[in-house]
Design a protein around this ligand. Structure first.
Ligand code: F6P
Length: 369
């Protein structure tokens, strides 16, 4: 007898903990006799291809994957049912809406609900698919922690651990050479990784997209730190910008269709600081190291909680909702609440308070070194 089916997909950038969510969804559904889980490869692109690229997710398929980084279902931030890329005869691209086709294919597969594990873009797509009649449940992932309606996303904690280790390692080489080390970490809209790793590693300066920095303020802090201790550490988020400056990014036109690429603001900052302080500097861009590898215990636990919750939301028919951690409770929140606004670092947040209290420069012009 054909079992009832739920489809799982992972979308957007990969993130430590994706596999742990997939495993938890499967483990929870395997306790229901009449249900089984299938996965679509590369977000929803797999199920929209001919032949369809979908796989049965049974116990064997998910055994031991909770400790593995990446996603066994692969992922992408291109394509999808709302904007399927089709090449025109002249080599240019257009996009087509394939939601109706997706609905037909889900019916053929016997799928009653879809669990989408992803970031802001994926939750936005999930919300739109829900409005078009597909039973959707979301699970929030992103190392950037920039999704609203949940206290934290899985993947963030692992990224902070990696960035913190990078700060620790840069401290010993910086102090040996009397240098300023600039560490650039991910975070295009929100500076959570930069701020958290700077506090954990005891950096002197943390620059985040939410607080445009004054180069005079940063330089003053670097200068005084070099005089006091002989070395200095600056952590900067990839989306940080100087006052009246643009965030440092390559436009989508330069990189082909879709996503804007970030990376390189650390070098720009280096040039700016050198105009004010005579100091030997090195720049380190941590990049995708923050996204790869095994999730830390916290993220494995959170991913398992989210996976179990998402499965139970399907069983309870709580569609159009996303699993979230709110005040230590795993609850269901409307998908819409997650995407209306980025989870920015607020000026009055506890982390900003702690950073300022520890005399860290956050790029303010009036910083007294
Ligand atoms: O959204 C998460 C993120 O890690 C951003 O901080 C970063 O800019 C982006 O992904 C890079 O993604 P990719 O290189 O996979 O396009």
């Amino acid at each position: 007898m054909q079992k009832r089916r739920v489809l799982v997909a992972t979308g957007g950038g990969d993130c430590p903990g994706l596999n742990a969510v997939i495993r938890a969804v499967v483990k929870r559904f395997n306790q229901e006799e009449d249900w089984e889980v299938i996965g679509s490869m590369e977000a929803f692109n797999g199920m929209l291809r001919d032949p369809m690229e979908v796989m049965l997710l049974d116990d064997a398929a998910v055994s031991g994957i909770h400790i593995r980084g990446g996603t066994i279902l692969k992922t992408t931030n291109k394509g999808g049912p709302l904007a399927w890329p089709v090449m025109n005869e002249d080599g240019t691209w257009r996009t087509e809406d394939r939601v109706d086709d997706m609905i037909d294919r889900l019916k053929k597969l016997g799928v009653e609900a879809v669990i989408s594990i992803g970031g802001e873009g994926s939750m936005d797509i999930a919300n739109k698919l829900q409005l078009r009649g597909i039973n959707m449940v979301g699970v929030p992932k992103t190392i950037d922690n920039d999704l609203s309606a949940t206290d934290v996303t899985f993947g963030f904690q692992t990224a902070v651990e990696i960035a913190c280790e990078a700060v620790d390692r840069l401290v010993t080489t910086a102090s040996s050479h009397n240098r300023l080390m600039i560490l650039e970490v991910m975070g295009r809209h929100a500076g959570w990784i930069a701020l958290a790793s700077a506090i954990a590693g005891g950096a002197d300066v943390a620059l985040i997209p939410e607080i445009p920095y004054s180069i005079q303020g940063v330089s003053r802090k670097v200068k005084s730190q070099m005089e006091k201790e002989g070395y200095a550490i600056v952590v900067i988020a990839e989306g940080a910008k100087a006052r009246d400056g643009e965030a440092f990014s390559k436009s989508s036109d330069e990189v082909g269709y879709q996503n804007v690429l970030y990376g390189g603001v650390g070098h720009q900052l280096n040039e700016q600081i050198k105009q004010h302080v005579d100091v030997d500097t090195r720049v380190m861009i941590l990049g995708h190291l923050q996204r790869g590898g095994t999730p830390c215990a916290f993220d494995r636990i959170l991913s398992t909680q989210f996976g179990v919750k998402a499965a139970e939301m399907v069983l309870d028919k709580q569609f159009g909702m996303m699993a979230a951690l709110v005040n230590q409770k795993v609850i269901a929140v409307p998908l819409e609440d997650a995407i209306t606004e980025y989870n920015f670092v607020k000026q009055d947040s506890e982390l900003v308070h702690a950073a300022r209290g520890a005399n860290m420069c956050l790029g303010d012009s009036n910083f007294k070194a």
